[in-house]
Design a binder for this molecule. Sequence first.
Ligand code: GLP
Length: 240
Amino acid sequence: MRLIVTDDHAEMSRVAGRLIETAIQLNPTAALVVATGNTPLQAYQELAQLVQQDQVDVSQLRPFQLDEYLHVPATDPRSLFGWSKRAFLDPLQLPVEHMVRLRGDVADIPGACHSYDKAVEATGGFDLAILGLGPNGHLGFNEPPTEADAPTRQVTLTQTSLTSNAGYWDKLEVPTRALTCGMRHLLAARQILLLVSGSHKRDILWQTINGPVTSAVPSSYLQQVSNALVIADRSAWPYP
Ligand code: GLP
């Protein structure tokens, strides 16, 4: 695991945008799994600008959804597929059909998880995982405790995640259950980019980087992955 510390959120986003653009230039058919949440929003904007300016071809990219709430259709404002569309697909002008979905709005949830895992395997695994850090160390919705080889599955959200996700919408209730891409696929990605911003992430980032590797802090598994890069801003990592 490596760490880059930037002055602020804007610089974190610029560095991340540039790194993602480079990864796409080197591999235009890259399979990438893209986080929702607030942290990567500006990085996706930066990426879109660079792609436009440098005329990078993104038409062959294979983006994958990272997580989804259970029983929330794509038309619901809380849909994470909808979030991925607005945050990632739209700025890159990619049609929605481009994304491999993790569907929480179908009757057969184990089947949806299985077909997602099959799609990840068929593509040869992720070339790049763009992740944010949950307040309890979750990656995607791999809530603690999560084993390193956990498959894509349905999970029950912890109170910590419910509370933090409540900040995304006015008044709407946060669904208590969700689907997440398995830890196994995330850790096997050929490149992992973890974006962390803000003083509220300071303690969990410290545990991620310096704490014991434990299922109680799923992000701590990244310590064992040589191709994981954390880009944190100074407020999340104020240490020399
Ligand atoms: C959310 C999502 C994650 C996201 C993380 C951090 O609950 N399930 O995919 O990366 O928590 O979110 P934020 O970037 O808003 O802090």
